[in-house]
Design a binder for this molecule. Sequence first.
Ligand SMILES: Cc1ncc(COP(=O)(O)O)c(C=O)c1O
Length: 395
Amino acid sequence: MTKPCYLDDPNLGELEKSYLNRCIDSTFVSTFGPFVPEFEAAFARFLGAPGAVSVQSGTAGLHLALHELGLGPGDEVLVPALTFVASANPVSYTGARPVFVDVDAATWNMEPDDAELRISERTRAMVIVHLYGRICEMERLEEIARRHNLCIIEDATEALGSRYKGRPAGTLGDLGVFSFNGNKLITTGGGGMVVGRDPQRLSHIRFLANQARREGAGYFHPEIGFNYRMTNLEASLGLAQMQRLHEFIETKRRIHGIYAEAFRDVGELQLQAPCEGADDVVWLNAVTIDTAHTGTGIPEIMETLKQRGIPTRRLFMPLVCFPPYFEGRREEAYPRAVRLYNEGLCLPSSTLNTAGGIRRAAEGLKGLLVKRRPRPALVSARTAGAASAMTGGSR
Ligand SMILES: Cc1ncc(COP(=O)(O)O)c(C=O)c1O
């Protein structure tokens, strides 16, 4: 029987059901309840962090982190051009301005030299993103941040379990943020976590997330707060998922190993690369495809694979392509982010997959290359697409 393939579907089972039931039976379904502190404690323990504050989403966590670090109107914050839009939107929520940085061609993460070039006298912070679980080049970014007196906010939403020189993702910057959206390594349906080195900062973030209200102080709100708390229902899922985290990490490592082996000698397929010193848990495996060897563009490749039961997804569209962030910036200023978007494809990576399912996905993609035509000299992607349409394509 054909092995099914899952892109990024969540892995939920009996433990999650039993904790959810306990939560419902107790009637503590809202933002107070014993699963919330238990989940936070388990999460902080896993990272070796002094504490962790659960929130409603990764986006809310990033907003709180930026707010806590005092960012606001007139400030500029460096953000990689290739990421999910939620890495940049919280910067805008504070009134600060995201300034986009091109990414490295191999690691696909914020390129340190380009970051430095885009620093102005208004730059106060950088949101670094460990895209798809691959850790950023931390030493170079930290050195730039030190020299220019910038805060580092880690968007570690996709990088739970990854490490840089032994240090866990999320604990590398001033504040780190995780997401538990349905497609992440662990999920609470929707949720997030903020971690950091400074317990006072974390305690203030907890206060802000709860409408700036101190327990036992009645309805007195000395600051403008937010309703960003996680519910006990969500935390019950989170605790169950934490108890299965090592199993998920092992599975993610096996999945990545299968792709790495399958594509080892295939020059036309380049997996996102680790930086030196990284021990990554690759959350989503993604490749760039030399489409001159497939005869079709990425959309056609996706459609062919879909018909064979292999779900895929394009990489994130560079954020400078979106009206709120265009501001007269030219896509040409971000050539690597644009190239990666045009040539990149995310592959089945859910921990629900069997080794057989992943092998089938890898072979399915490689099979499209086997049918390649001789590489024509300097043919643009558009011309290659039109030619394949005329000849019935390469499928
Ligand atoms: C890179 C990145 N940043 C931020 C987020 C926002 O997280 P959430 O969906 O939990 O708000 C996500 C995930 O969705 C993400 O992938």
